[in-house]
Design a protein around this ligand. Structure first.
Ligand SMILES: C[S@@+](CC[C@H](N)C(=O)[O-])C[C@H]1O[C@@H](n2cnc3c(N)ncnc32)[C@H](O)[C@@H]1O
Length: 337
């Protein structure tokens, strides 16, 4: 077969791999196999699976480098499988859980509808916008926030390394979710205090993280809606993976609310995947489709972020790349406003 034909066949059939890894995460196969290599027959009762079907799942996973099969049908970990272990810092287990879950999977199944009319597929499927659906479906909300925490844990190191937080004393994390980024920042910078502002409350386990000795008393969760206003009085407002959830009108409103809360000397960091020029590969271009099918947001170019900031009384101070797909877009209040 021609090389391009083989490559395209694999791309066309790529959906299978998402579900294979999703089910491996759901059944905690990596946690079980990290304890000891096992056969499908040994594992099946532990994960409540049919032994023959579980063998076929594991064999397919081993064929793509997630787990390894040796003589006698014994399955063991591989370096890739280690990233599915639940207790590994930066674990991809929650990402695998989200990507195969119906809230993302079913929305992708309606991509053609989103392309046809430009409205989020999720709204057609669930008859309500994504975040309102999460308000009413605690299990989906928990899965989503766990995945966002996972992303932040995977990305925090790159953000910390790219920006000098040492002169700052206070931060508001706008749409800060379960506070994973602030936990990393406060852990690295003892002088910092943070407000984690979100429409969703933190779960009890998360509150526990911030009672650890080194973080105690330095983080506060505030519940609210950033379309109504955001807490002020901070050196820095940070918005990580927030603006890409919204269309331009909504994104400008969020930025204006932040601008109203910022002092004249305040700074803003927008943490997003900036769409690069050219037609090369970029994570931003595929995340953009996630935004299209779920929330009706979009990934943006640097010029598009500059325009949003300008419309909200802010100005772009610079774009700082990180050692991850994310960039830090630094903004300041526009001096004449
Ligand atoms: C994509 S997540 C990003 C979470 C976190 N910043 C991170 O990067 O891990 C977007 C967050 O915005 C929050 N959010 C959505 N709508 C909101 C609103 N109207 N007011 C405040 N928070 C909101 C969600 O609850 C969620 O935690």
């Amino acid at each position: 077969m021609r090389t391009e034909m083989t490559a395209l066949r694999q791309l066309i059939m790529g959906f299978r791999i998402t579900q294979l890894i999703h089910v491996a995460a759901k059944l905690d196969l990596a946690d079980h196999l990290a304890r000891k290599p096992q056969t499908a027959g040994d594992l099946a009762p532990l994960v409540k699976a049919d032994p023959a079907a579980l063998y076929r799942l594991l064999r397919a996973l081993a064929s793509i480098g997630v787990f390894a099969e040796s003589a006698g049908g014994v399955f063991a970990m591989t370096p890739m499988a280690e990233w599915l272990q639940s207790d590994r810092p930066g674990s991809l287990r929650s990402t695998a859980m989200l990507y195969g879950d119906e809230i993302l999977w079913d929305a992708y199944g309606r991509l053609s509808q989103a392309v046809a009319d430009g409205t989020p597929a999720f709204d057609h499927l669930y008859r309500q916008p994504f975040y309102r659906y999460l308000d009413q479906n605690p299990a989906s909300a928990a899965l989503f926030h766990e995945a966002m925490t996972g992303f932040s844990e995977q990305e925090a190191g790159a953000i910390l390394a790219a920006y000098d937080f040492s002169a700052l004393r206070s931060i508001v994390d706008v749409g800060g979710g379960q506070g994973a980024l602030m936990a990393a920042l406060l852990g690295a910078h003892r002088q910092l205090h943070a407000v984690i502002f979100d429409r969703s409350p933190p779960d009890d386990e998360v509150k526990g993280v911030f009672t650890r000795a080194e973080l105690q008393g330095r983080a506060r969760f505030v519940q609210g809606d950033f379309f109504d206003g955001v807490p002020g009085g901070a050196d820095l407002h940070i918005l990580k993976s927030i603006l890409h959830n919204w269309n331009d009108t909504a994104a400008i409103t969020i930025l204006r609310k932040c601008r109203e809360a910022m002092s004249a000397r305040g700074r803003m960091l927008i943490v997003e995947r900036v769409v690069p020029a050219g037609d090369g590969p970029a994570e931003a271009k595929l995340f953009d489709i996630n935004m299209m099918v779920t929330v009706g947001g979009q990934e943006r170019t640097e010029a598009e972020y500059a325009a949003l900031l300008n419309a909200a009384g802010l100005e772009l101070a610079g774009v700082i790349p990180t050692n991850s797909p994310l960039s830090l877009i630094e903004a300041l209040p526009r001096s004449r406003d």
